[in-house]
Design a protein around this ligand. Sequence first.
Ligand code: HEM
Length: 165
Amino acid sequence: MAAVPPPSPPQVSVHPAVQPLSYLLGTWRGQGEGSFPTISPFKYSEELQFSHSPNKPVIAYSSKTWKLNSGEPMHSESGYWRPKNDGTIEVVVAQSNGLVEVQKGTYDAEQRSVKLKSALVGNASKVKEINRVFEMVNGELAYVVEMATNLTSLQTHLKALLKKI
Ligand code: HEM
């Protein structure tokens, strides 16, 4: 009987839709500052991960934060980034505080920037809108998160700078 050939190994590659954002793939660590007109400012450390299953047009995203001085866990969140070849991107995020987001926006592969605005914020008692901007600054990943609540217009809540490890 003729031998059955072994299955060919899966082709391991970054999906073309993910390629323009492949500089994000990996683990990033750094520090951030939180603020909002209604709260006391605070500092945090963060680990952020972007990972990719070969041949899928999706980047898995997760972020964990800790109080800078005590190391006590703070906010965490995870989700999926779904870039399209036309430069648009859709992101879904589930937050540890129960809030969910659908973000829509654009990326610029040359500038290495991603700009997102909430198309949907769900299960939130106060938050009405969330904007997120990610940029590369001197080889580091910088992001800013702005939010609007029922009482406060769009203002910065988070700013962070992370290095790839
Ligand atoms: C998009 C992500 C986030 C959203 C939508 C969000 C939302 C909020 C809201 C609605 C408040 C209350 C503001 C008010 O009462 O006027 C708040 C406060 C606060 N947030 Fe965030 N947050 C986010 C991310 C984070 C992260 C990453 C951290 C920690 C690193 C954090 C730490 C805090 C702290 C310490 C306060 C003040 C104390 C408190 O009310 O619990 N937040 N946030």
